[in-house]
Design a protein around this ligand. Sequence first.
Ligand code: BGP
Length: 479
Amino acid sequence: MYNFPKSFLWGGATAANQLEGAWDVDGKQPSTNDALPGGKDRLKIIDSDTFDWQIDNSRYRYPNHRGIDYYHHFKEDIQLFAQMGFKCYRFSIAWSRIYPNGDDIRPNEQGLKFYDAVIDECLKYNIQPVITISHYELPLNLAVKYGGWKNRQLITFYERFAETVLKRYGDRVQYWMTFNEINSAFHFPALGQGMIPSTGSKDYTNVFQAWHNQFVASALAVKVGHEIDPNLKIGCMTLYITSYAVDDDPINQLANLKQKQDFNFFCTDVQVRGHYPASTQRIYHDYNVDQSKLIQTDADFKLLAKYPVDYIGFSYYNSSVVDVTHVHQEKAQGNLNGGVRNTHLAESEWGWQIDPVGLRIALNELYGRYEKPLFVVENGLGAIDKPDEHFMIADDYRIDFLRQHIEAMAAAIDDGVYLMGYTPWGCIDLVSASTGEMSKRYGFIYVDLDDNGEGTLKRYKKKSFDWYQEVIKTNGENL
Ligand code: BGP
């Protein structure tokens, strides 16, 4: 017997740039993500100084630009989500559909109409939309012309964008998040902050300036949202990686403490508590931040204090092990933070270590620290699915992964954690953020499309589709 509340928001999550396609349709201009190549060099390119943001169709070809052509298939897809019994559906709005260049004065009505249609389609089935205002993209023009989020002008552009969508959809959408995985910029400022690293190594003064600007922008979105309707719930979204020290050496324990303060808590502290944490000076020092260059005003600090977020959305894929004394040699992969191999854990085909207990720990750590409602808005197993000749996919590995993580959530609820809902990542197969390819799949629904953009785009239910339908129907009892 599990204690999922009756109102628990079971659903699934996606992001515009990874599934919509139609990247230049109905007035949309390119986003930063449209300018990323697919393939193995994707993260290497983001992380180097050779990254150029030019759109070149021969290089930045399918599947990035095609997504799964959700732009033209969303009715069919949402109908499938409804069949699974989704109570909510998390998706993002492509900023460059609404303000194609980011600095436009007026929004693009065709872009607004598209999300009207998506939202209405959800509501038709009593699915609550959960909207990420900005998920790993911004209009390319804002990166090229303004240098991305390190430029304070982005606050004004984002505020305009956020206000437009909150006003337009706030009557139908209660749950919002301001920035996807805001803390990921520790590793890849190009993704969420739209910044081109100008030297071989990251300039953290820019990264922390960009965060500050994003924190202020996020607070302004909370302000505007609550002015429109005090019942709107506007959350942050962080990538949570439960981390362990490799052994009981206090040196490793201290390094693990710092990793948590830096990666897991820094951004969330500001967005939830409304002020920078006590560790800020230590963090600036460790990341060589030139404080004399940071622009942070008293008015900013007042805004942060006045408009903290209403809930904490977070993604959880894997844990990591901190080992500064080099006890283990074997490196692990992982969602941005790898660390070393954990000998107790299995790993995915991409080397992400599978750790459901780590999710229970994450939930307890976050709730213990903030005592604000939590929402697991991403979780899942990226795998290569092999359809048979009838497009049947027996993805028992995915079912096992999700079952164990749902059990961990149930245990955390018994531990006293207030958990609002669960939206596993990529509920329908979509383009992977890290590889830019289709073959790393998360969905309950298979999409016939390969890494070269070949395929019929037809949708097929995987075995996990029926399984998740039963999970939702029984409110998490039948796993
Ligand atoms: C998160 C992102 C998502 C998503 C997911 C899986 O970091 O918010 O956009 O893609 O990770 O990552 P990947 O697609 O690289 O397997």
